[in-house]
Write a protein that binds this ligand. Sequence first.
Ligand code: SF4
Length: 160
Amino acid sequence: MTSHSTSRPILVSSCLAGVPCRYDARSRPDAEIVRAVTEGRAIPACAEQLGGLPTPRPTAEIAHGDGEDVLNGRARVISIEGEDFTDEFIAGAAAVTQLVREHEITEAVLQAKSPSCGCGAIYDGTHSGEVVEGDGVLAAMLKREGIRVIPVRGARQEQN
Ligand code: SF4
């Protein structure tokens, strides 16, 4: 995580803060982010839960595009079971964006490769573990909002 110059909190992916909100109902805690949340320097949010998806849930990836394409209606978020989660992903990203506005947040540190939180690299939509360039749906929406989005340091191999 990077330092920031104002006293405003940053946004972080809930799973990095130790919340068991991942598709497999586990978390992926990052010690620095847990500390930042505990000290009130970071606010955790999970776009997929806020969009109404259950936990656990089938893993999902963006098919034929990235988060920006999803927001433009040119790509869909599809679960490994073939369900279309696009509406939930967009609704969740909008809920997190609202939270960001309310707290005047300007920076986010997000889980790597996730179809929601991934920044600059996401799974390729084939559920094969392959990664392509692009942002998740939340990262793309936050960028539109002018938020600086950063993948958590030491980008991990774990899914979602
Ligand atoms: S990567 Fe983002 S959307 Fe996925 S579980 Fe973590 S906080 Fe939720």
